[in-house]
Write a protein that binds this ligand. Structure first.
Ligand SMILES: NC(=O)c1ccc[n+]([C@@H]2O[C@H](COP(=O)([O-])OP(=O)(O)OC[C@H]3O[C@@H](n4cnc5c(N)ncnc54)[C@H](OP(=O)(O)O)[C@@H]3O)[C@@H](O)[C@H]2O)c1
Length: 334
C-alpha cells in the first residue's frame, strides 16, 4: 500500500525568522502519541497568530505544526479511551505549541487530551466555537460560580468583536444578561448588536477611565469578561459594582496591569483568572455540553468566516493586528 501523505502547514525557523510552507507529510513525521486523529477542521485563535509569526517563544523546536485546536475523527487509539470512528475535539494541553497541532490533516496526540464531540455537534461547529469559544464559556461559568446573575446588572465584554469577545457577547445575551460590548472598531456596532449586545462602549472610554488613575469611579458593571488586559482592564476595575467580578482571559491589549487594590477592598470586587489550556476533562466536557445547548450553528453563523491552511500566514497578521472579526474556521482535511 502506498504510504499515506497528507497536507500540513509546516513552520521552520530560517535566519531567526519563522516561515511557513504548505507541504505533504507522512505519518512517520508526526510526534509520538497513543491516538491518531483525522483532522477535518481547526481554527484561528490569537495564540495561533503568535505561533505562526514566531512570537512569545511559545514554540521552542522546529519544524513545527501549529493549530492549538482541532476537531475530527479517531483513526486509532491505543489508550482505550476512544474507538475508531468517534468524533473528538482537542483544545489546550499546549498542543500547537509544544506538541504538533491541528494545521495538518492528521494529528497524533494523547487520548486523554481529547473530549468527545457533544451529541449532534459537527466538527465544523465545534471549531467555530474552538478555544476562543470554550474560553468565553469558562469565563461565564466562573462568573456564575462567583454568584453573578443577569438581575445583578450589566455584563461588560471587552475586545468584543474578536473571537473570545464575540462568543462571550452571544453567550451573555443568551443567558439573559444586558451585554455592553466594548470595541475599538466602531464599524462593528451593527455586528455586535446582531450578536445580542444592548450597548456599545468605545474602547477609548475604558482607556480614558484608566488614564484618570482614580481608584474608584461610578459603579457601572456587575460583571465583565475581559479579553484585552492592560489599560482596558485597569479602566474597568474601578467601574465594577459592589461585589462585582471580572473574568480575565486575555492580553490582546497588554500583559501588564497598573491599578490599585481599592476596588477589591472597598467594593469586594473579584478578579477571576481564566485558563483554558490545563482545565481538567470533566470541566471541559461540562463547558462543551453548555456550548452545544446555547450556541446552535444557526446562531454562530454571523461570527464565522472560513479559511484554508494556505490562508493562515496572511490571517496571522490580521489577528495580531486586531482586524479579524469573530471566528475563523480552518478547513484542514476531508
Ligand atoms: N486564558 C485562556 O485560556 C485564553 C484562551 C483563548 C484566548 N485567550 C486570549 O484572549 C485574547 C483574545 O483571543 P482571541 O482569539 O479572541 O483574539 P482576537 O480574535 O484577535 O480578539 C482580540 C480582540 O481584542 C481587541 N484588541 C486587539 N488588539 C488590541 C489592543 N492593542 N488594544 C485593545 N484591544 C485590542 C480587538 O477587539 P475590538 O476590535 O472589538 O476592540 C480584538 O478583536 C488573546 O489575548 C488570547 O491570547 C486566552
Amino acid at each position: 500500500m502506498a504510504e499515506e501523505r497528507f497536507p500540513a502547514l509546516v513552520l521552520e525557523e530560517k535566519e531567526g525568522k519563522v516561515v511557513s510552507e504548505l507541504r505533504e507529510i507522512g505519518l512517520e513525521d508526526l510526534p509520538e502519541g497513543d491516538t491518531l486523529v483525522a483532522v477535518s477542521h481547526s481554527s484561528l485563535n490569537y495564540k495561533d497568530g503568535m505561533i505562526l509569526k514566531g512570537l512569545g517563544r511559545l514554540v521552542r523546536r522546529y519544524p513545527h505544526v501549529g493549530g492549538i485546536d482541532f476537531a475530527g475523527t479517531v483513526i486509532s487509539c491505543q489508550s482505550g479511551l476512544f474507538q475508531p470512528g468517534e468524533r473528538v475535539i482537542l483544545t489546550g494541553w499546549r498542543v500547537g505549541e509544544t506538541h504538533w497541532g491541528g494545521y495538518a490533516a492528521r494529528a497524533r496526540v494523547k487520548g486523554e487530551w481529547l473530549v468527545r464531540l457533544p451529541e449532534g455537534m459537527t466538527p465544523e461547529w465545534a471549531m467555530a466555537i474552538g478555544t476562543a469559544g470554550l474560553t468565553a464559556m469558562l469565563a461565564l461559568m466562573a462568573l456564575e460560580r462567583q454568584g453573578l446573575e443577569p438581575a445583578a446588572g450589566d455584563l461588560l465584554v471587552t475586545g468584543a468583536a474578536g473571537g473570545v469577545g464575540s462568543v462571550a457577547v452571544m453567550l451573555g445575551a443568551r443567558l439573559g444578561y444586558r451585554v455592553v460590548a466594548s470595541t475599538g472598531r466602531p464599524s462593528e456596532e451593527a455586528y455586535l448588536k446582531g450578536l445580542g449586545a444592548a450597548e456599545i462602549l468605545p474602547r477609548q472610554a475604558l482607556l480614558d477611565a484608566a488614564a484618570e488613575k482614580k481608584p474608584l469611579l461610578s459603579e457601572r458593571f456587575a460583571g465583565a469578561v475581559d479579553t484585552v488586559g492592560g489599560q482596558v482592564l485597569a479602566g474597568l476595575l474601578p467601574q465594577l459594582r459592589y461585589g462585582g467580578a471580572v473574568a480575565a482571559c486575555g492580553l490582546a491589549g497588554g500583559a501588564e496591569l497598573h491599578t490599585t487594590v481599592i476596588p477589591f477592598l472597598l467594593r469586594g470586587v473579584s478578579l477571576l483568572g481564566i485558563d483554558s489550556v490545563m482545565q481538567p476533562r470533566p470541566v471541559r466536557e461540562a463547558a462543551w455540553r453548555r456550548l452545544a445547548e446555547l450556541l446552535p450553528p444557526e446562531r454562530l453563523a454571523p461570527v464565522i468566516s472560513r479559511a484554508k491552511l494556505a490562508d493562515l500566514p496572511r490571517l496571522a497578521e490580521e489577528i495580531l493586528a486586531g482586524r479579524i472579526r469573530g471566528r475563523v474556521v480552518v478547513e484542514v482535511g476531508g
